[in-house]
Design a protein around this ligand. Structure first.
Ligand code: MOS
Length: 729
């Protein structure tokens, strides 16, 4: 099925007694809480595998002069020590390849330079501490602000142009009756998924199996195959249960390649589990950003000219930029627009996608600037946003597939008690706390990617679906079970969803909030194909058919799936492909955030007192897992507003706070009452499920509501995230 159409009525549209949409508990929940599923590092158990432990570079950038591994080789239990000199061969020519331990170049602090393989984890780790690399270090570029002058325009990303322009910004801005020109900055951020990266790898002749923690098995298999110069079919990537990824597990990471190298060198099955501290330099992070926002308006706050210019960093020559201004491109109306990205070469670990790449940090600036504008013009922030609501995509002129951002703001205002807000700061006190409330809005691009699925009705009438998709903790197993059960008229207990195996039909995996829409639509198509097959073999007119209680019926005739499945079962394949709807419509999920904070008038300490998110993200497949996604995103937003920041040691290009004691993510005590609600919506342009992405809309702009609330509380405008107490005073 190709998305060139408006989706008409589907079987999911009238299911009063169906599972889809209901707040159903995770189907994998009981297994997880009983410890009955294996996460990456648990495969192979203890003692049945060899263990690898990497040695990481302690300089950047520079060259490896020599590596003395004599002591390590003589340490107890050591099987081998790999460096660039003796590591098994990799194909460094392919763009898909991700080779490790190649050459003498050190690009960044924490780059793996050697790998110790031993009988036990402790022996490998101890021996790794005995490896003595010698380096020739050269001065590094670590400072985004310092590199700004020499920044370059990066290549466009597949989903985001580097620069867009419309009208004449400079002229319109210069002549605008009211002007706002502000610079916001956001720090290096880290995904900090609960489950650290780990891999168990084994070779059987020229076949590689990796049990790992990866969001996208299909591209992951391709990358490993390219790295080792084998056909993709020779690689099997298994990743059935994942303890969070947030982008850090989109691509195959060094743990998988290193484990595969160790397995190839030794002929053993090898386990490699990165330590929490190693992760911070090995698996990538979100770049820091510098963002200049200029808004030229008339006296009523209508935007005449809008510019959002962003600078981000990455490894030298790496054009992957944080698509910071993506959300800005269609958030507000205005005929004169300038939205640019500039890239700075930094000798740091790779800057990669992290939850809502772009919008997560871009809206911190845009939505802060809108609040500043509202203050300057003395217009209510929600009213200001409504005045600038575009009828169509303001840059491209195409219609929105669905857009309820105003409804989100209004519903949130009603629920949160926005009408009681006093616009003037320092008017509300609770003891020594200034109390303030603030809001912001969210936009996050909705994407659909090609995806396939296979379903099989077995002789007992049970349905099994297979997809090289993942459940990164979001609830994929559960929502796919609900959809398939509803489409085939089966109880959920008779549906099994199998994910996390690259041998299954290709999917884009979990990322970019496209997972449920893409894989779910492939699954939808497979289920619809199966329904057709069942009708044909039952001799029932598809137009009259109902699928219920494991039977297909037209009201008179009723044939059981068991009878139709026979001895061999029935299978069907399905596929979804993005089509012209992706360009003919601007597709986004939307939201609005409301936060109340207290600011200690003596210490500047900020406490979140309550927070609300209201979202419009198409059909909600599961009210419970969707709410959890939204709350998780908002909590991420609280972190980005108040505490999350990787601190750089400018001498080495090293992040000093490389553990969860020092990289401050919010904990339960930081959050308090928080709620997320969804507006009813069906997006018939997006995909056959009529859903839109919701993994990332929850973070997009969430932190700005807190910054705006801080201003409302104490009158201090902080444009340098996170808002730590030193910046309040
Ligand atoms: Mo997301 S940053 O595409 O996992």
């Amino acid at each position: 099925m190709r998305m060139d159409t408006v989706v008409g009525h589907t079987p999911l549209d009238d299911l009063p007694d169906g599972f889809t949409g209901k707040p159903i508990d995770r189907v994998d929940g009981p297994l997880k809480v009983q410890g009955k599923v294996a996460y990456a590092a648990e495969h192979g158990g203890v003692g049945n595998v060899a263990y690898a432990f990497p040695v990481l570079a302690t300089i950047a950038p520079g060259r490896i002069l020599r590596i003395d591994d004599t002591a390590a080789r003589h340490a107890p239990g050591v099987i081998d020590v790999l460096t660039a000199k003796n590591a098994p061969k990799q194909d460094t020519s392919s763009d898909d390849a991700i080779p490790q331990l190649v050459g003498d170049k050190v690009r960044h602090y924490g780059q793996p330079v050697a790998l110790v393989i031993a009988r036990s984890y402790e022996q490998a780790r101890h021996a790794a501490s005995l490896v003595r690399p010698e380096y020739d270090a050269t001065p590094g570029r670590f400072d985004l602000a310092a590199g700004k002058a020499g920044a370059r325009k990066p290549e466009d990303l597949s989903f985001a142009k580097a620069d867009t322009e419309k009208g004449d910004f400079d002229d319109a801005y210069a002549s605008a009756p009211h002007q706002l020109d502000v610079v916001y900055t956001t720090p290096f951020q880290f995904h900090a998924a609960m489950e650290p990266h780990a891999t168990v790898a084994a070779w059987n002749e020229d076949r590689l199996t990796v049990e790992t923690s990866n969001q996208m098995p299909t591209p992951g298999r391709k990358a490993l195959a390219a790295t080792f110069g084998v056909a993709p079919e020779k690689v099997r990537l298994l990743s059935a249960y994942i303890g969070g990824g947030f982008g850090s597990k989109l691509d195959v990471q060094p743990d998988a390649v290193l484990a595969a190298l160790a397995a190839r060198a030794t002929g053993l099955r090898v386990k490699l589990a990165l330590t929490r501290q190693q992760l911070f330099h090995v698996v990538g992070h979100r770049t820091n950003t510098i963002q200049r926002v200029r808004l030229g308006t008339d006296a009523q706050g209508r935007i005449l000219a809008e510019a959002h210019e962003a600078w981000s960093g990455n490894e030298p020559g790496n054009d992957e930029f944080e698509p910071t201004v993506l959300g800005t491109r269609s958030r507000y109306a205005g005929d004169n627009r300038l939205n640019t990205h500039r890239q700075v070469d930094l000798d740091l670990p790779p800057a990669i996608s992290m939850r809502a790449p772009g919008e997560a940090v871009g809206l911190l600036a845009l939505e802060g600037a809108m609040d500043e504008l509202a203050v300057q013009l003395d217009i209510d922030p929600i009213e200001l946003r409504i005045r600038n609501e575009p009828a169509v995509d303001p840059e491209l002129g195409v219609p929105f597939s669905s857009r309820q951002v105003v409804e989100c703001m209004r519903e949130g205002a009603r629920r949160f008690g926005w009408d009681k807000r006093i616009a003037q700061p320092r008017q509300v006190r609770d003891g020594r706390w200034y109390i303030g409330i603030g809001m912001s809005s969210a936009v996050r691009g909705n994407m659909l990617q090609a995806s396939k699925a296979n379903v099989r009705l077995d002789p007992s009438g049970r349905l099994t679906a297979r997809m090289a998709m993942t459940d990164i903790g979001t609830g994929s197993y559960t929502v796919f079970t609900q959809v398939a059960a509803d489409l085939l008229g089966l109880p959920m207990g008779r549906v099994t969803i199998l994910l996390g195996d690259s041998d299954f039909p290709e999917t884009p995996g979990s990322g970019g909030s496209f997972g449920a829409a893409s894989a779910g639509s492939g699954l939808y198509d497979a289920c619809m194909q199966l329904r057709s097959k069942l009708c044909r073999s039952a001799g029932i007119d598809p137009a009259q058919a109902r699928f219920e209680d494991g039977h297909v019926t037209d009201g008179r005739k009723r044939v059981s799936y068991v009878a139709l499945a026979g001895e061999d079962g029935v299978t069907a394949d399905g596929a979804i492909e993005p089509g012209s709807n992706s360009t003919n419509y601007n597709q986004n999920s939307y939201g609005a955030f409301f936060a109340e904070v207290g600011v200690d008038m003596d210490t500047g300490e900020i406490r979140l007192r309550r927070m609300l998110g209201v979202f419009a993200a198409g059909r909600i497949l599961n009210a419970k897992t969707a709410r959890s996604q939204a709350l998780g995103g908002m909590i991420f937003g609280v972190g980005s507003a108040l505490s999350e920041e990787m601190v750089l040691d400018p001498r080495y290009g090293a992040f000093v706070n490389h553990d969860l004691a020092e990289y401050h993510v919010p904990v339960n005590a930081d959050i308090g009452p928080m709620e997320a609600v969804f507006l009813p919506e069906l997006d018939d342009k997006a995909n056959p499920l009529k859903i839109k992405g919701l993994g990332e809309v929850g973070i997009s702009g969430a932190g700005a509501s807190i910054a705006n609330a801080v201003y409302n509380a104490c009158g201090v405008r902080i444009r340098d995230y996170p808002l730590t107490l030193d910046k309040v005073l």
